[in-house]
Design a protein around this ligand. Structure first.
Ligand SMILES: [Zn+2]
Length: 277
């Protein structure tokens, strides 16, 4: 019952125009809700989990993004962040980590909807049958080959680095970290014939990267370093690790839309007031 009431409240909030009004007010007040979405897998081979969304859900999401959001490449999000000023409302970038082969399927759906995306790949895992530790016991999920990575790039998407071997960068020496970053960038650039500008660090948590090592990322030829923990891309993150929001955490498209428009905080306040949480 409570669940139904919550869904109804979300729907009323959105369709009554209150949500739009709040977005407009926030935009006029100079608040920016730019967001970078993080995906890992788009597949129906295993149930939805913290890294996985189904293919139908992903298609619906892409249609929603196309219709109601301003989806931009990472380069544009970073330009807006670095140059300051108000980002257009509902600006979103799409990213993938870890080089699962189903990313090629996702890249094609995104291209069909004319949505740009960035794929962060661990260069030493592409073209191998490596199974990530956390996937042991699951149905085998192959990795992209270099030909498939090139196909993704040819669809108009960007390829970024996710290191060579996917180590926890907080647990290895600065020297090994430097080698991982440089070798990965050089290999990807040689394979795809394009510049690699961005790094997403493995595991993505706050404990998996030491902020004082950010200069090593820039020295290794990258222009920005992306996390796997959430947050809006607003002036408070300029020159720091850039947050990304893991999409599987949002159980419905409506919930995700509320979050991306910056309205989820208001929605929670409203739910608290009417006793739903
Ligand atoms: Zn990863």
């Amino acid at each position: 019952m409570k669940h139904l009431a919550k869904s109804a409240l979300c729907a009323i909030y959105k369709y009554s125009g209150v949500m739009r009004a709040q977005e407009t007010l926030a935009y006029r007040a100079g608040r920016s809700f730019m967001t970078i979405l993080l995906f890992h897998r788009v597949t129906d081979d295993i149930p939805r989990d913290g890294l996985t969304v189904g293919t139908g859900w992903f298609r619906d999401l892409c249609k929603m993004l196309r219709r109601r959001f301003n989806v931009q490449p990472l380069a544009e999000v970073m330009r807006l962040l670095n140059e300051g000023g108000a980002a257009p409302p509902r600006t979103v970038a799409v990213t993938f980590d870890d080089c699962y082969r189903d990313n090629l399927f996702a890249a094609r759906i995104l291209a069909e909807q004319q949505l740009p995306a960035s794929f962060f790949i661990p260069s030493g895992i592409v073209g191998t049958d490596h199974v990530f530790e956390w996937d042991r016991g699951l149905k085998a999920m192959p990795n992209l080959t270099w030909d498939e990575v090139r196909e993704i790039a040819d669809l108009g998407h960007e390829i970024g680095s996710h290191t060579v071997s996917h180590p926890d960068l907080a647990k290895i020496s600065e020297e090994v970290m430097r080698r991982e970053l440089i070798a990965s960038r050089q290999r990807i650039e040689a394979e795809i014939g394009r510049r690699v500008r961005w790094l997403a660090y493995p595991f993505g948590g706050r404990a998996n990267f030491r902020a004082e090592r950010l200069p090593i990322v820039y020295e290794a030829g990258y222009e920005a370093c992306f996390s796997g923990y959430g947050g809006f891309v607003d002036p408070s993150v300029k020159g720091k690790v850039i947050p990304r929001d893991a999409v599987p955490c949002f159980d419905s498209l409506l919930n995700l839309e509320l979050h991306l428009s910056g309205c989820l905080g208001w929605m929670y306040a409203l739910k608290r007031r009417v006793g739903l949480i």
